[in-house]
Structures are given as C-alpha cells and as structure tokens.
Design a protein around this ligand. Sequence first.
Ligand SMILES: [Zn+2]
Length: 47
Amino acid sequence: MSGKITLPHKCPKCGVVAKTEQELDKIFGYRTKDGGVTNQSQCKKCR
Ligand SMILES: [Zn+2]
C-alpha cells in the first residue's frame, strides 16, 4: 500500500500513465515521508 511506488503507474480512471518519478510527481503528485514514498492511485485531475 504505502511506502512504495511502482512504475509505470496508470490512473484507473482516465488512463494517464506516469513512466518516471518526475511524471508521477507532475501528473499524480506524491509525498515523501519517513521510510518511503506514497503515490496517489488517481491523478490530480481525477481527484
Ligand atoms: Zn486520472
């Protein structure tokens, strides 16, 4: 669940795909926290 990013990551709603961590940050946004990173399942537009 949290603490891990899998790439490529695809938005289940609109199908946009992030292939790099930069794209993930730009399209989905992610948070870094102690011990790991959390990515959002849906992109910024769908949330
Ligand atoms: Zn989306």
